[in-house]
Design a protein around this ligand. Structure first.
Ligand code: AGP
Length: 612
């Protein structure tokens, strides 16, 4: 989604703005721009395309932009096609503004402003917001009052950074639904959409609360409520250093983040296990007897997070025998879900800013249902608005394709399943401790053993570069794994693939199997091995080329008739999904990298989809 950066300090703002925008590139964008307060007022430079194109424009002889205070923006188009004029910052008579979000009533705002003599040069909702604040500023003469008055009128989501010609050196910011942080560095003060944009300057930041205006000056940041009274904001600290947010020696963020999975799981799981080796969430409703009151569980998420929900469904129903329904967040509230007082809604979200998931959360809360979120970004909207939150400790996930965040979401869902099963008496204390121990100590090793198969997986991947279509088949929890394996391959390699329950193929889709059609069979369940083998035979008899991803136990006890077999590092079937996940993530990564794709920033995709 859109990225915002702002800097004011003793140095020229342009390098800070460009550096911050580059750190936000992973959010996905189609245009970029900056504005700075110079001695003759605000200058703005913006362009369609990448930040390199913006830098080229800034350095061109026709352009002169400088100033110690400025704002910058990378735009992911929602209103108006990608173009120079639709890029941010947007100018009004007295100010320049950048925005992340969607303003729903921008047509009404436009009509009101046209009646006041305003005209518009772009198709964007943001320009309407800029001129609305400008209109309020002309009336009130005060930037903070103007921002509060304008945002009383605006409906929708926004993170706004604003600079005024009459207030050089100052940045004003406000947010609703979209993320925005404020920080004080050694060379000046910042606003940004996300932490990587400020990491080179400071590890301390404020997650700006909604309904608060931040005033950022060169040596201090202050916050004001809507009565213009000073208010406090909680200072947060990240332990991500710049190194961690960079690639750490790997060619891409994605492969770096896959290699971080063992550590991410150890950190996430150990933070949720008590000294008695039992799950402990630090949430009364989950740690006390309250958890056993939940009769129906709804897991709601998007994309990869929703696929983690499918894994959660399998493991919760298997261990705790409580029914679990998995919903695509963008469908959830439109199907008027049947939610009872003893239901639990679990929201999964790496970014914690996905608009569809946030909307589903709000719908569940409006029905009085208890909401638990599992989120990777501290202080994000989903985390703040749910009744309780379990943070995954995967660290920053920069690659657009989610990998380690998916794995740790699954790990927390396993832990939740163990806790629920134990509280319901479905498993004994010793069984619960043993499962926690496996999750904490064995799973990271299974993943590390699978990471060692890198060359074998890369070699297998190299045989799939030229296919246009590919099938993943599996049964039981492996069918759920196939959904994520298929999405991972599609979104970064651009090869079309389909995940199919192996038993369902013969009911139609097998007609698509012809000579050489690639099929990847995921087999972690011994009890289903024979069925999977007959499924492999079925597709092979129609010419398919089959790669099996399986466990040592199955490989040693069954003759799998596939052309190729990758045996993942795992000796416990219940936890095999973690090792298989690392395997298919690496497979997708190598196919994409070997095809020469922009692995970390796949076309058309954004890291956090903050629009519905
Ligand atoms: C990740 O690989 C996908 N690109 C995407 O489906 C993502 O999982 C989805 O947009 C949900 O994002 P969230 O976890 O930040 O809510």
């Amino acid at each position: 989604m859109c990225g915002i950066i702002g800097y004011t300090g003793m140095e020229d703002s342009v390098p800070y703005l460009l550096g911050g925008l580059r750190a936000l590139e992973y959010r996905g964008y189609d245009s970029a721009g900056i504005a700075a307060c110079g001695k003759d007022g605000i200058t703005t430079v913006k362009t369609r395309g990448r930040i390199d194109a913006l830098e080229e424009k800034i350095n061109s002889s026709s352009c002169k932009i400088e100033g110690h205070c400025g704002i910058g923006h990378t735009r992911w188009a929602t209103h108006g096609a990608p173009s120079d004029v639709n890029s941010h910052p947007h100018r009004a008579e007295n100010l320049a503004l950048v925005h992340n979000g969607i303003i729903e009533n921008y047509h009404e705002i436009e009509e009101t402003l046209r009646a006041e003599g305003y005209d518009f040069v772009s198709d964007t909702d943001t320009e309407r917001a800029a001129k609305l604040i400008d209109h309020c500023f002309k009336k009130l003469g005060d930037p903070i009052k103007a921002i509060f008055e304008a945002t009383e009128i605006i409906r929708g989501s926004y993170a706004l950074g604003v600079i005024f010609d009459a207030h050089p050196g100052k940045i004003f910011a406000i947010r609703k639904d979209s993320p925005l942080i404020v920080a004080k560095g050694k060379d000046g003060c910042f606003i940004a959409s996300d932490i990587p944009a400020i990491l080179a300057h400071t590890k301390d930041y404020y997650q700006l609360s909604e309904g608060v205006v931040a005033l950022i000056e060169s040596d201090k940041v202050s916050f004001f409520d809507k009565n213009i009274n000073p208010t406090e904001q909680k200072l947060l600290h990240v332990d991500f250093d710049v190194e961690k947010a960079q690639k750490g020696g790997f060619p891409h963020f994605m492969i770096k983040e896959i290699n971080e999975e063992p550590e991410a799981i150890r950190k996430t799981v150990s933070s949720r296990i008590s000294e008695r080796s039992l799950p402990f969430f630090g949430v009364d409703m989950l740690d006390g007897e309250g958890i056993s009151k939940f009769k129906n569980i709804h897991i709601v998420a998007c994309g990869t997070a929703m696929h983690a929900g499918l894994i959660g469904k399998n493991i919760i129903e298997r261990l705790a025998r409580v029914p679990v329904n998995v919903d695509i967040a963008s469908e959830f509230r439109y199907r008027d879900p049947i939610l009872g007082k003893d239901d639990l809604v679990i929201l999964l979200s790496q970014s914690g800013e996905t608009a569809d998931t946030l909307a589903a959360l709000r719908h569940a809360k409006s029905k009085g249902v208890y909401t638990l979120s599992i989120v990777n970004v501290i202080g994000s909207s989903v985390a703040r608005e749910s009744d309780s939150v379990l943070y995954t400790l995967a660290g920053p996930e920069i690659s657009v394709a989610s990998t380690k965040a998916y794995s740790v979401q699954c790990a927390l869902l396993y832990l939740f399943a163990i806790r629920l099963a134990y509280s319901l008496g479905k498993i004994s204390e010793d069984e619960a401790k043993a499962l926690c121990n496996s999750l904490l100590h064995d799973v990271p090793v299974y993943i590390e053993d699978t990471l060692k198969l890198s060359d074998e997986i890369k070699s297998a991947a190299s045989e799939y570069l030229d296919f246009e279509h590919l099938f993943f088949i599996g049964r039981g929890i492996d069918s759920a794994l196939c959904t994520e394996a298929s999405l991972k391959l599609k979104e970064i390699s651009y090869i079309h693939s389909e995940a199919y329950a192996a038993g369902e193929l013969k009911h139609g889709t097998i007609s698509l199997i012809s000579e050489g059609t690639p099929v990847i069979a995921i087999m972690t369940s011994s009890s289903l091995a024979e069925k999977m083998i007959s499924g492999i035979r079925e597709v092979k008899s129609r010419g398919a080329k089959v790669l099996a991803i399986t466990t040592k136990e199955i490989a040693e006890n069954y003759t799998i008739p596939s052309e190729e077999i990758i045996t993942v590092g795992c000796t416990d079937e219940l936890f095999a999904p973690f090792a298989v996940t690392t395997c298919f993530q690496m497979f997708a990564y190598f196919v994409s990298a070997l095809r020469g794709n922009d692995v970390d920033k796949p076309r058309n995709l954004a890291k956090s989809v903050t629009v519905e």
